[in-house]
Design a protein around this ligand. Structure first.
Ligand SMILES: [Zn+2]
Length: 338
């Protein structure tokens, strides 16, 4: 699967398989939404105002989803925008371009009227041209950010999503999810351009990072993965990958993951079966104090440099890492190099 075209039949089969394996489907980000885009089967009615996308050629239409009055959120007058957001259980903002001014207006209205509870934010293909701060909104909702583009940094610290779909999204800068509660999150094929911070994030209902690209380093330290598979299959970490003290309560799947820099798993607890099959570790790999309660699968995993395999109490490195490829680290381990 490594290097497979995301549009290929093989990739699609793989991805469908991942969806089928997700447990606790009631809150899954991958379940269909309660409402579909207007007229999706017959060609959606879209906003015909001038496009707000950067670099759009003159005369190009907006083509964002219509919220009300034949216009998208970005093209609504302030009073109509406020009326729409105050009353909406389902906010349709597909493909909307959020300028700093629009973003400020929307977040202000949603914050001021949080009692109405925007329960479902539909934002696939949306473009955020400025920093997005969600941390103070404390909205508890479902959200679809699939294919969205975040040109600047994002701050979702402490935010609770009942389910959230970021699949195929692009985060251009720092993505901060520290302490967020994500019940059913899909980050499949996401590109993280900057540092991605998931420290102490709680992933309930499974999480999908398959084929994600972490270009600027990532931390999942003290993150908690519960009720469903933590799926990192074929993801790539361009810089450091930190998982210290993370807890995986259910299956963890790191098969085919490409760790191009340090990979630290110190004191991680894997409560269920774990696979790192065919994963590639490059530099400074640490499994110090790790505890594997279930089966561990390191078949065909490769270690280019040293590995600190001083596992937790009662853990046998030779059994845990059985099947891994890379005679160097095996020799180092067996000769008591550390
Ligand atoms: Zn528009």
């Amino acid at each position: 699967m490594r290097g497979a075209d995301p549009r290929s039949a093989e990739y699609i089969r793989h991805y469908v398989d991942q969806i089928a394996r997700l447990p606790c489907s009631s809150g899954s980000a991958l379940t269909s939404h309660p409402h579909h885009e207007e007229g999706a089967m017959t060609g959606p009615a879209t906003c015909s105002q001038p496009s707000l996308r950067s670099g759009a050629e003159p005369g190009r239409q907006c083509q964002a989803a219509i919220a009300t009055q034949g216009r998208c959120l970005a093209h609504l007058p302030q009073d109509a925008l406020e009326r729409y957001l105050r009353g909406a259980i389902y906010v349709n903002a597909a493909r909307v371009v959020f300028t700093p001014v629009l973003l400020e207006r929307v977040l202000t209205i949603l914050t001021d009227h949080r009692s109405i509870g925007a329960r479902h934010l539909n934002l696939p293909g949306a473009e955020f041209t400025s920093r997005l701060e969600f941390r103070h909104e404390r909205l508890s909702c479902r959200a679809d950010f699939s294919g969205a583009t975040f040109a600047n940094s994002v701050d979702f610290c402490g935010t609770h999503f009942e389910s959230v779909d970021f699949s195929g999204a692009t985060f251009g800068e720092h993505a901060d999810f520290r302490g967020a509660e994500l019940d059913g999150a899909n980050f499949g094929s996401v590109t993280f351009g900057g540092w991605s911070d998931f420290r102490e994030t709680t992933f309930g209902n499974g999480v999908d990072f398959a084929w994600a690209r972490f270009m600027g380093g990532a931390s999942f330290s003290k993150a908690k993965f519960s009720c469903g598979t933590a799926n990192f299959r074929y993801s790539a970490f361009g810089r450091s990958a930190h998982f210290e003290k993370a807890i995986f309560e259910e299956e963890a799947d790191f098969s085919g993951v490409d760790f191009k820099d340090i990979a630290w798993f110190d004191e991680v607890v894997f409560d269920a079966d774990t696979t790192f099959s065919s994963a590639m570790f490059s530099d400074d790999t640490r499994f110090r104090g790790v505890h594997f309660s279930g089966e561990s699968d390191f078949r065909l995993a490769t270690f280019q440099e040293t590995i600190d395999a001083r596992l937790g109490e009662g853990q046998d490195p030779q059994r845990v890492f059985a099947g891994a490829d890379g005679s160097d680290w095996i020799r180092i381990l067996l000769t008591g190099y550390f």
